[in-house]
Unconditional design. Structure first.
Length: 234
């Protein structure tokens, strides 16, 4: 009896690529108990009407001297709420061993000193200008700059900027401003039809959009995104 030869997998069957995809950030106040955290999560998801179901999320514990002893139970509660925890923001390198033991990635917490760093003003920072339509599957990232698009952004496209985003046309696809953590970034567009918008990692899905979808301005306020504009006209 002959042993069948093992098949050789085709080359380039798997690739690893970076992405600026947005995620939800679950920040837990210092000193909270597991019971308090679970109740707060239940309230949060009840108010969400299902728009965040199955969303990837990062757990954060700002101000905590150590990770809570019940971190594993907290992960289980988040999964039960139909969110997908994949990482923890760490305040200290000593946290990493526990994070990795749960099969999670570690992400450095934002450095408060970086937020105090003076950033270039709107009059001095550069702009990246795109004059053609951004088509499905394309990704554009304006590093250390505003992004100005003088044409439509198609569904399935992804546009990102460290500062503001201006779209002079319909905005479909995904738009993420302030991706380096700049909370004063804004998104402007002629018509909001996006699959997702985000500023400084805080995102909003179409189910959460108001009816004001023409000549839209989106900004970050009180840990959430605020959309203003004009109602859609028939």
């Amino acid at each position: 009896m002959t042993t069948p030869a093992l098949s050789t997998p085709p080359k380039n069957i798997l690739s690893l690529k970076g992405s600026m995809t947005a995620y939800a950030l679950l920040q837990l106040a210092d000193g909270s108990t597991l019971e308090q955290a679970i109740l707060a999560l239940q309230d949060l998801m009840a108010d969400d009407n299902g728009s965040m179901r199955h969303a990837p999320c990062v757990m954060a514990f700002p101000g905590w001297p150590e990770l809570p002893e019940w971190l594993e139970d907290w992960c289980a509660a988040i999964r039960k709420a139909q969110l997908i925890p994949f990482a923890v923001q760490y305040q200290s390198d000593t946290w990493k061993e526990r994070i990795h033991a749960l099969g999670l990635a570690d992400l450095p917490a934002p450095d408060a000193s970086l937020k105090r760093t003076k950033r270039p003003s709107a009059t001095t920072r550069r702009s990246v200008v795109v004059r053609q339509q951004v088509r499905s599957g394309q990704q554009i990232y304006a590093r250390d700059a505003d992004l100005i698009i003088m044409a439509p952004v198609s569904a399935g496209a992804e546009i990102m900027a460290d500062y503001n985003i201006h779209v002079y046309g319909p905005l479909r696809g995904r738009a993420m401003a302030g991706v380096s953590g700049f909370e004063k970034a804004q998104i402007f567009c002629s018509s909001l039809q996006a699959e997702l918008v985000a500023i400084a990692g805080v995102y909003m899905l179409p189910e959460q959009f108001p009816t004001t979808t023409q000549h839209v301005q989106i900004h970050f306020q009180d840990d959430r995104l605020v959309i203003s504009g004009e109602p859609t006209t028939d």
